[in-house]
Design a protein around this ligand. Structure first.
Ligand code: NDP
Length: 463
């Protein structure tokens, strides 16, 4: 008779939890996974996937405009928000079904309930009013948008969660924040026809990215008609008698809009999870603390993904789960590799990036060679669009190793995936130079920038 009901119990049915449960079940372990909302988690239900569908939707007006230079006449166009949202919801439901099917096919028990820890081996299934036990437990409960509770009037505002389910497209929206979500949604709403203001507290949006990408996307967004206000935050939000929102900024300016949205980071989902009862440690932000093998301070309890508040990206959570399965069930201790992660911002134009920004590289290396090209992509020669594409390689002068590769422009996210292999492999600029160009393409610029644009020595730009 087994000592526990399950070998492995997973709390949270997002990208990380589902992958771990599926892999453990396919190894023949007795696995259960509990999810209180919908299988698929942030990425599938209210994050990456629906976001990308909305990005596609928002790009059509520019495609229609650009087609004129190629001889097309596009008739009258119109956009229906409800159709988009209904089609998006249908696709999300299909993907959710696939997630469940994958779990069941692997032999995991799929539980539709909230799970909380009653002690270090016992899980309470809320609503089902029962307790189950497990030898090992994985916390993969993800995170949620910061609702900015400190702001008077925050209850009138939305986050990305609600943005996917608005009854109608707002005619005007103010978005607070300057990270991935704020910038992506500013472009989405603008492309769909809304009047958009982006409010960022710092000097330049997208603080984690290379400065050329940040300036480039800022300029391009402003050229499209998005209003970007930096060095500014909201002071309070009020409802107007007409039912709209009056947003007051600290600097004294105010504006009336249909919606105010916050995208100011995400909070780990750990409240009420019974972590204290199980003795699991959390940090000042409420994130579960794990060691380099994803193990919490309680040796048989693990955590992956956004609930650990390290790198909040779907592929990272999945990778962490795959490593965890090696460590916990295959006698092959494996640490996740968080170094040199390629990523994309699905802004318009897109940013694709991997490795170090120029500023970060300058802090770590004595001398850099910077290769940078800024050009109008071929497609815009006939469309007449003025938008520039920027490509940049940050190279360590002493070793010629490419430390960072950054692209702003069409399909930059796709390019980042391929550049990610080269930069992760530690290839040098000479390897890039030896690579034959694919012609005619925009990407060929990455292998034809033969002379450095400038150098950086001891943090100072020279030459
Ligand atoms: P980010 O961490 O990317 O950005 C948060 C932004 O909010 C920053 O500009 C930050 O400013 C600002 N901010 C933080 N606190 C406050 C405050 N109190 N008042 C005003 N501004 C504030 O978070 P997001 O919410 O945009 O996204 C969450 C995570 O989701 C991202 O970190 C990313 O990992 C993931 N994600 C990935 C996507 C992708 O891969 N394409 C898409 C969407 C999300 P400052 O820069 O000054 O700190």
């Amino acid at each position: 008779m087994a000592r526990y009901d399950y070998d492995f119990f997973v709390i949270g049915g997002g990208s990380g939890g589902v992958r771990a449960a599926r892999l453990a079940a396919s190894l023949g372990k007795r696995v259960a996974i509990a999810e209180e909302y919908r299988y698929g988690g942030t990425c599938v239900i209210r994050g990456c996937v629906p976001k990308k569908l909305l990005v596609y939707a928002s790009q059509f007006p520019e495609h229609f405009e650009d087609s004129a230079g190629f001889g097309w006449t596009v008739g009258e166009t119109s956009f229906d928000w409800k159709t988009l949202i209904a089609n998006k919801d249908r696709e999300i439901a299909r993907l959710e079904g696939l997630y469940r099917k994958g779990l069941e096919g692997a032999g995991a028990e799929v539980i539709a309930a909230r799970a909380e820890l009653a002690d270090a081996h016992t899980i309470r299934l809320v609503g089902e009013n029962r307790l189950v036990t497990a030898e090992q437990i994985l916390i993969a409960t993800g995170g949620r948008p910061n609702p900015h509770n400190a702001l008077p009037g925050h209850e009138l505002c939305i986050t990305s969660n609600e943005a996917f389910h608005l009854d109608e497209l707002p005619r005007s929206i103010l978005i607070g924040g300057g990270g991935y979500i704020a910038v992506e949604f500013a472009n989405i709403f603008h492309g769909l026809g809304a009047d958009v203001t982006l409010l960022y507290r710092g000097k330049e949006i997208l603080s984690r990215f290379d400065m050329d990408m940040r300036h480039g996307v800022h300029e391009a967004m402003e050229a499209k008609g998005i209003r970007i206000i930096c060095h500014e935050v909201l002071d309070r939000v009020e409802r107007t008698p007409a039912g709209r929102l009056l947003a007051h900024m600290r600097g004294g300016e105010s504006t009336v809009v249909d919606q105010v949205m916050f995208a100011i980071g995400r909070i780990p989902n750990t409240e009420g999870l019974g972590l204290e009862a199980a003795g699991v440690e959390t940090d000042h932000a409420g994130a579960v603390v794990v060691d380099e093998y994803q193990r919490t301070n309680v040796p048989h309890i693990w955590a992956v993904g956004d609930v650990t508040n390290r790198v909040q990206l779907t592929p990272v959570a999945i990778h962490e789960s795959m490593c965890l399965i090696e460590t916990a069930f295959k006698n092959n201790p494996t640490k996740p590799d968080h170094d040199t992660i390629a990523t994309a911002v699905f802004s318009q134009p897109e940013i694709g990036t991997v490795g170090l920004s120029e500023d970060d590289a300058a802090k770590r290396f004595d001398e850099l060679a910077i290769y940078r090209a800024s050009f109008r992509p071929m497609r815009h020669t006939l469309s007449g669009r003025q938008e520039k594409m920027i490509m940049k390689l940050v190279v360590e002068a002493a070793t010629r190793r490419v430390l960072g590769a950054h692209v702003l422009g069409p399909d930059a996210g796709e390019l980042a995936q391929v550049l990610g292999i080269a930069v992760k492999a530690g290839l040098t600029k000479d390897d890039f130079d030896r690579t034959m160009a694919v012609h005619p393409s925009a990407a060929e610029e990455l292998v034809t920038m033969y002379q450095p644009t400038y150098r950086v020595k001891n943090g100072q730009r020279v030459g």
